[in-house]
Design a protein around this ligand. Structure first.
Ligand code: IPE
Ligand code: IPE
Ligand code: MG
Length: 224
């Protein structure tokens, strides 16, 4: 079954590279290529929202050399893909704390969002400089400043994912079985799927298998 909203924790780029005696940067490059193909495949299969965890707030304390490589890849991604997304009717949204990112990247992200704003076929959310706890705290502080108590709907509308349904399926590649500060509020009733494959090795066929497995789940939402 095809989830309406698919979220992916794209983990394992570094270990994928290490196993091949390559630098971690090569793993991130391979991961970016895989990310593009995988998200296109998801939209072709009928997914409406794809949310990808590309850089966490905690990742920002990695060595400068690795961060420089990741930021260069983001620059390349936006440069080479924004028009493609426009052609495909995909709207781009960035989730995360922009104050933590280099100014020029914030600017190209803003341009990418503006350029793709008319996309009707699907929404691609890239979580960059994203942390679930930070997102929740930000929303709480906005509510406190506004001085009022909120409903669940109102609180949701203060999150980066405002206006979007919660993820139906969350896939984490790279063997670990944890959330690592991703979508803490949004995943309350999300189905989880863990793959031992490192992200650059997680194929479109693997995604189809995850969808099949998702189709076998019974979502009860606490009911009988
Ligand atoms: C995921 O791969 C990408 C980012 C976190 C930026 P990792 O870089 O975490 O790869 P591993 O987990 O070290 O293999
Ligand atoms: C999660 O992977 C973040 C992204 C994939 C962007 P990490 O590699 O940062 O997670 P931990 O450190 O293993 O929990
Ligand atoms: Mg990792």
């Amino acid at each position: 079954m095809i989830p309406r909203h698919l979220a992916v924790i794209m983990d394992g780029n570094g270990r994928w590279a290490k196993k091949r005696l390559l630098p971690r940067s090569a793993g991130h490059y391979a991961g970016m290529k895989r990310m593009i193909s995988l998200s296109e495949h998801a939209f072709e299969r009928g997914v409406e929202y794809v949310t990808l965890y590309a850089l966490s707030t905690e990742n920002l304390s990695r060595p400068k050399e690795e961060l420089d490589c990741l930021f260069d890849l983001f620059r390349k991604y936006f440069r080479e893909n924004t028009e493609r997304l426009v052609g495909q009717g995909i709207r781009l949204r960035i989730a995360g704390d922009r104050d933590l990112l280099p100014n020029d990247i914030v600017e190209i992200m803003r341009e990418g969002e503006a350029r793709t704003a008319g996309g009707k076929r699907g929404t691609l959310v890239l979580a960059i400089g994203y942390g679930g706890r930070q997102e929740l705290l930000r929303a709480v502080n906005l509510a406190v400043t506004a001085g009022k108590q909120l409903t669940e709907e109102e609180f949701s509308s203060l999150l980066y994912t405002a206006g979007m349904p919660a993820p139906d399926l969350l896939i984490r590649t790279g063997k670990e079985k944890r959330l690592s500060n991703f979508l803490l509020w949004q995943c309350a009733y999300t189905e989880f799927y863990f793959s031992d494959k490192m992200f650059p090795a997680f194929t479109n066929a693997d995604l189809d298998r995850a969808f099949e497995n998702f189709g076998e789940r019974e979502r009860r939402y606490g009911k009988v």
